[in-house]
Design a binder for this molecule. Structure first.
Ligand SMILES: NC(=O)C1=CN([C@@H]2O[C@H](COP(=O)(O)OP(=O)(O)OC[C@H]3O[C@@H](n4cnc5c(N)ncnc54)[C@H](OP(=O)(O)O)[C@@H]3O)[C@@H](O)[C@H]2O)C=CC1
Ligand SMILES: CC1=C(/C=C/C(C)=C/C=C/C(C)=C/C=O)C(C)(C)CCC1
Length: 297
C-alpha cells in the first residue's frame, strides 16, 4: 500500500466549475485523455473529444454523457498523423465555436515500429510533437480571444532520456523506438516553454505535464512494456489518477504565474538540462514551423 500510495500521489483539489467553458482533449477515447475529458464534462464544460477513431469516440462520449449528465460532449475526427486532418478539425472547430478555454494536447504514441505520418514525419515526433504544434498554432487566435485560457501539453518523465537531434529529427539516420518516444516528449516540454515565452501578456498560459506511470493502452506496441505494466498493474496509477496533473494545470486558480512550467503529481517538477535550453527551444520552434509550412516569425 505504501508503494502504491507513493506512485499514485497528486490529486487535483480545485473546485472550479466550468459552465459556459469550452475544452478540447486530444486522444480522449481512452486512457488519461478519457478521464480528463470526463472530469471536464463533470464540471459543466462543453468538451470536444478529438479522436482519430470517431466510432470509439462516440461510445466514450455516450458513456461520459450518461455518467455526468452533461450532453455537451462532442466527438470530432482528428488524426494527428495527418496535417490535412488537423487542418480540417481546426477549420470546422473555428467555424462552429466562439470560444476555446482549455486545450489538452494529450494524445500520444509510444515505441511504435519505425513508420511515418501522412506527411512523412517519423511517427513519434510527428504525432506527439508536430501534430500538437500545428493544432495549437491553428487554435491560438481562438484561445487568445477566449483568455484567460490554457494549453496543457502531456509530456513525460521519459523526456530525461530525450535529445533533439536536429540532423536526425525524422530518425532516418538511426532509430530506436524507445528513444524516439523520449525525444518527442522532450519536444513537448521545449514547445511548452517557447509557447509560454511567446504568449506572455496574452492571457493564454501553458504547462507541460508528467502524468505518472499509468495503466493505459500506451504500452500497446511493446511486448516488454505490456508485461512490465501487467506485472506492476496494482502499483501504477489508474487513468483517473493519471489525469489529475492535467486537470490541475487546466483548472487551478492562480497558476498563471507558473506559465511554462512542468508539473508532476500536481507540483512543479524538475526537467532535464536540454529541456531548459532556450536556444534549442527556439530552434525547435523554427524547424517545426518550417516542416509544417507555418511562416516563421
Ligand atoms: N501511460 C503512461 O504511463 C504515461 C503516459 N504519458 C502520456 O500520456 C498521454 C496519454 O497516454 P495514455 O492515456 O497513457 O495512452 P493511451 O494509449 O491509452 O491513449 C493515447 C491516445 O492517443 C490517441 N492517439 C494516438 N495516435 C493518434 C493520432 N495519430 N491521432 C489522434 N490520436 C491519437 C489514441 O487513440 P487510439 O485509441 O485511436 O489509438 C488514444 O486515444 C500520452 O501523451 C503519453 O505520452 C506520459 C507518461 C506516462
Ligand atoms: C521498474 C519499475 C517500474 C517501471 C517503470 C517504468 C518502466 C516506467 C516507464 C514510464 C514510461 C514509459 C512513461 C511514459 O511516458 C514501475 C512500474 C514504476 C514499478 C516499480 C518498478
Amino acid at each position: 500500500p505504501q508503494i502504491r500510495k507513493m506512485l499514485s500521489s497528486g490529486v487535483c483539489t480545485s473546485t472550479v466549475q466550468l459552465p459556459g467553458k469550452v475544452a478540447v482533449v486530444t486522444g480522449a477515447n481512452t486512457g488519461i485523455g478519457k478521464e480528463t475529458a470526463k472530469e471536464l464534462a463533470q464540471r459543466g464544460a462543453r468538451v470536444y473529444l478529438a479522436c482519430r477513431d470517431v466510432q470509439k469516440g462516440e461510445l466514450v462520449a455516450r458513456e461520459i454523457q450518461i455518467m455526468t449528465g452533461n450532453q455537451q460532449v462532442l466527438v470530432r475526427k482528428l488524426d494527428l498523423a495527418d496535417t490535412k486532418s488537423i487542418r480540417a478539425f481546426a477549420k470546422d472547430f473555428l467555424a462552429e465555436e466562439k470560444h476555446l478555454h482549455i486545450l489538452i494536447n494529450n494524445a500520444g504514441v509510444m515505441m511504435c515500429p519505425y513508420s511515418k505520418t501522412a506527411d512523412g514525419f517519423e511517427m513519434h515526433i510527428g504525432v506527439n510533437h508536430l501534430g500538437h504544434f500545428l493544432l495549437t498554432h491553428l487554435l491560438l487566435e481562438k484561445l487568445k480571444e477566449s483568455a484567460p485560457s490554457r494549453v496543457v501539453n502531456v509530456s513525460s518523465l521519459a523526456h530525461h532520456l530525450g535529445r533533439i537531434h536536429f540532423h536526425n529529427l525524422q530518425g532516418e539516420k538511426f532509430y530506436h523506438a524507445g528513444l524516439a518516444y523520449c525525444h518527442s516528449k522532450l519536444a513537448n516540454i521545449l514547445f511548452t516553454q517557447e509557447l509560454a515565452r511567446r504568449l506572455k501578456g496574452s492571457g493564454v498560459t501553458t504547462y507541460s505535464v508528467h502524468p505518472g506511470t499509468v495503466n493505459s493502452e500506451l504500452v500497446r506496441h511493446s511486448y516488454l512494456m505490456r508485461w512490465i505494466w501487467w506485472l506492476f498493474s496494482f502499483f501504477i496509477k489508474t487513468p483517473q489518477q493519471g489525469a489529475q496533473t492535467s486537470l490541475y494545470c487546466a483548472l487551478t486558480e492562480g497558476l498563471e504565474v507558473l506559465n511554462g512550467n512542468h508539473f508532476s503529481d500536481c507540483h512543479v517538477a524538475w526537467v532535464s538540462a536540454q529541456a531548459r535550453n532556450e536556444t534549442v527551444a527556439r530552434r525547435l520552434w523554427d524547424v517545426s514551423c518550417d516542416l509544417l509550412g507555418i511562416p516563421v516569425d
